[in-house]
Ligand binder design. Structure first.
Ligand SMILES: Nc1ncnc2c1ncn2[C@@H]1O[C@H](COP(=O)(O)OP(=O)(O)OP(=O)(O)O)[C@@H](O)[C@H]1O
Length: 250
C-alpha cells in the first residue's frame, strides 16, 4: 500500500486562488474524504493529484516519490487511478469487455478488440473480479449503453479497480445515484477499504461519514480542518462553512 502526500499545492485562475497552499498527508490504506461547499476547489485539487491539471507550485507524492511533474499516464503506471470523471466507457461493448480492456491496458499487452471472448480467459477472469467488487458482475454481458446511470458508475469503479490501483481517487462516485442503489454502492466501497489508499470527494454526507477514516474540509481553496468524521462533524468552523449549503453535516 502506498500513501499520498500533498505539499503546499497552489493553483490560480487569474486572481482566483482555487488551490491555496494545500498540504495533506493520506496514510497507507486510509480512506480520506475531501468535503466542502460548491466551488471550493475539490475537483480542481483531485485533477492536480491525478495529473490532469498542472499545479502552479507545490508537490504531490506517492510514497516518497515526487510525482508532481509526471503526466497522468505516468501516474497511472505508478498506481494512481482516478475514477469517474475521466473514464471513457465504450457504449457498444459489454460491461465485461470494457473492464477487460482496462485489464489489458494494465498488463501492457497490445490493444486488440475482442474477436473471440472465450480466448481471453485470463483477461475475463480479472475483469469479472473487478466487476464483482463493483457489484456489477450480474450485468457483465450487458452492453454499456444499456446500463443505468448507477450501473455506469459501478462500471467506472470496476474499470478503475482493473488497473489495480495503489491510490484511488474517487470523484463524486454517488452523484446521481440515489436511494438503495447509493446504499449498496457505499457497501461496495466499504469492502474495498484498507486494500489501497483512497481519496473521496463526495457531496453525500451520509456516505462520507460512513466511509471516511479522516475528512478534510476545503473552503475557498484552503483546508480549514482535518480530522476524524466525529471531530469534523462537531467543528464549529466547519459547521459555519456549510451554513446555507443544501448538503448538511449529518
Ligand atoms: N478552467 C477554469 N477556469 C477558471 N475558473 C475555473 C476553472 N475550473 C474551475 N474554476 C473555478 O474554480 C473554482 C473551484 O472549482 P471546482 O470545480 O474545483 O470546485 P468544486 O469544489 O469541485 O465544486 P463542486 O462541488 O460544485 O463540484 C470555481 O469557482 C470554478 O468556477
Amino acid at each position: 500500500m502506498t500513501s499520498l502526500g500533498v505539499s503546499n499545492l497552489c493553483k490560480s485562475y487569474g486572481a482566483l486562488k482555487v488551490t491555496d497552499d494545500v498540504s495533506l498527508s493520506v496514510e497507507s490504506g486510509e480512506l480520506h474524504a475531501i468535503i466542502g461547499p460548491n466551488g471550493a476547489g475539490k475537483t480542481t485539487l483531485i485533477s492536480q493529484l491525478s495529473g490532469q491539471l498542472n499545479c502552479d507550485s507545490g508537490s504531490v507524492f506517492i510514497g516518497d516519490r515526487d510525482i508532481s511533474r509526471l503526466t497522468m499516464p505516468q501516474r497511472v503506471k505508478l498506481g494512481l487511478a482516478r475514477s469517474f470523471q475521466i473514464t471513457s466507457i465504450l457504449p457498444g461493448f459489454t460491461a465485461l469487455e470494457n473492464v477487460a480492456l482496462a485489464v489489458q491496458a494494465r498488463e501492457g499487452s497490445s490493444f486488440r478488440f475482442f474477436g473471440n471472448v472465450a480466448d481471453e480467459a485470463p483477461l475475463n477472469t480479472a475483469a469479472m473480479t473487478a466487476l464483482r467488487e463493483a457489484g456489477l458482475d450480474h450485468r457483465a454481458q450487458v452492453l454499456a449503453r444499456s446500463l443505468s446511470h448507477g450501473e455506469h458508475r459501478r462500471l467506472e469503479l470496476a474499470i478503475a479497480l482493473a488497473t489495480q490501483p495503489k491510490v484511488l481517487l474517487l470523484d463524486e462516485p454517488l452523484a446521481g445515484v440515489g436511494g438503495e442503489d447509493a446504499e449498496s454502492f457505499v457497501e461496495n466501497l466499504q469492502k474495498l477499504k484498507g486494500r489501497f489508499t483512497m481519496v473521496l470527494i463526495e457531496h453525500d454526507m451520509e456516505a462520507v461519514f460512513a466511509l471516511a477514516d479522516r475528512v478534510s474540509v476545503l473552503v475557498y481553496g484552503r483546508i480549514i480542518a482535518t480530522g476524524t468524521p466525529e471531530a469534523i462533524r462537531n467543528d464549529p468552523e466547519v459547521r459555519a462553512a456549510y451554513l446555507g449549503e443544501e448538503e448538511e453535516l449529518v
